[in-house]
Design a protein. Structure first.
Length: 152
């Protein structure tokens, strides 16, 4: 089952330093763009992933075509893709050495969740870190973070 307790989500958000953001968009009106801005401002190093934008810059960060192209192991894979892509994404996240699979609002696949958990990943599903982090900061469950840095 995906993690849902405030304590678990706060622990993950506190321990995470690097995030691969799958489905990153260059369009400011898209949720993935706003969440990436928020994550950078909140102290995380973000690696945007979008094959259509690979090689370009997004919010000062180089965009990668796939998880395997990111030059470091990421702590979290934050998924802005449709649910039917999730099982393939789990396989990529496992191969990339990610610790956490986080899926955005509406992105749910329990088979993919079980696959990730069996491989040792923690799973947060159908939630947004840009909603959870401020809520948990206000509750005193997550410490303040310094501003993020642009990924190399």
């Amino acid at each position: 089952m995906p993690l849902s307790s405030d304590a678990d989500i706060a622990r993950i958000l506190s321990a995470t330093r690097t995030i691969a953001l799958l489905g990153a968009s260059h369009k400011a009106a898209r949720p993935s763009y706003g969440v990436m801005q928020f994550l950078l401002a909140s102290g995380y190093t973000v690696y945007p992933v979008n094959p259509g934008l690979a090689g370009q810059q997004l919010l000062g960060c180089p965009v990668y075509a796939s998880l395997e192209e990111i030059p470091v192991a990421v702590d979290m894979v934050d998924v802005f893709r449709q649910s039917h892509f999730l099982q393939g994404i789990v396989a990529e996240a496992i191969a990339a050495g990610a610790k956490t699979l986080w899926t955005q609002l509406g992105v749910v696949d329990m088979t993919a969740c079980h696959m990730a958990e069996q491989a040792g990943l923690e799973v947060v599903m159908d939630r947004c870190p840009a909603i959870e982090l401020p809520r948990l900061l206000a509750a005193g469950l997550v410490p303040d973070r310094p501003p993020g840095r642009v990924a190399p």
